[in-house]
Design a protein around this ligand. Structure first.
Ligand SMILES: Cc1cc2nc3c(=O)[nH]c(=O)nc-3n(C[C@H](O)[C@H](O)[C@H](O)COP(=O)(O)O)c2cc1C
Length: 192
């Protein structure tokens, strides 16, 4: 597959089959994340891959625990793949995806957030190349801000100076994979 075709055709998927992805594929997706561009070449981000549908579901519910929809009134994300903003009946912020990667950054590092999202985007492209659907999910900090969330971090051995910055959910698209959306015009210029 041409890389630009992969970049253009990848979509955020929010309807998943129950089928788990192969562990080997998860390992490759995580490996791709570790090769993402990173501030100062510091390779500070950490990725925890959750290859367990029950635990992914539990985290997806924690992700929604403090979700404040009122700030988002008037926003709309997708008709084909409705998000938690579009459909208030969705109670799992991970949409039933059977695997999820949690991307962590050093708590006080000024480029921790961009580093984490660079990892996430790189993982999405690798997942697409492997035929696996994905979506970036935010509100990672809030997801672990409970006794239950904090005890998971301890159990996983995440160092205290690390904070979750985003998620990449993974699985197989249930239904028709959406086409790329047309791009808004006038978003770039080239100066010779
Ligand atoms: C920084 C960032 C945060 C996002 N957070 C969420 C999220 O919490 N939940 C969600 O369903 N999608 C989330 N997305 C996915 C976007 O909604 C999606 O990329 C956008 O609607 C464009 O759709 P496409 O990826 O299919 O082109 C996020 C994407 C980015 C880049």
């Amino acid at each position: 597959m041409e890389l630009l075709d992969a970049i253009k055709n990848r979509r955020s998927i929010r309807k998943y089959k129950d089928t788990q992805i192969p562990r080997k594929a998860l390992e490759k997706i995580i490996e791709a994340g570790t090769y993402a561009s990173n501030a100062g070449g510091g390779q500070r981000s950490m990725i925890v891959g959750v290859h367990n549908a029950d635990l992914a579901k539990k985290l997806g519910k924690l992700n929604m625990a403090g979700f404040d929809r009122s700030r988002l009134i008037g926003s709309y994300v997708s008709k084909e793949q409705p998000s938690v903003i579009d459909d208030p009946t969705i109670k799992n912020g991970f949409y039933g995806a059977p695997s999820v990667c949690v991307v962590f950054a050093q708590r006080d590092f000024m480029f921790g957030i961009p580093d984490a999202f660079c990892c996430a985007e790189t993982m999405l492209i690798e997942a697409f190349d492997l035929g696996i659907s994905s979506c970036i999910i935010s509100r990672a900090e809030d997801t672990f801000r409970s006794e239950e969330g904090e005890s998971l971090l301890k159990e996983w051995g995440v160092p205290d100076n690390y904070i979750a910055r985003c998620f990449v959910i993974l699985g197989y698209c249930d239904g028709i994979y959406p086409q790329p959306k047309p791009r808004k015009a006038h978003r770039s210029i080239i100066i010779e």
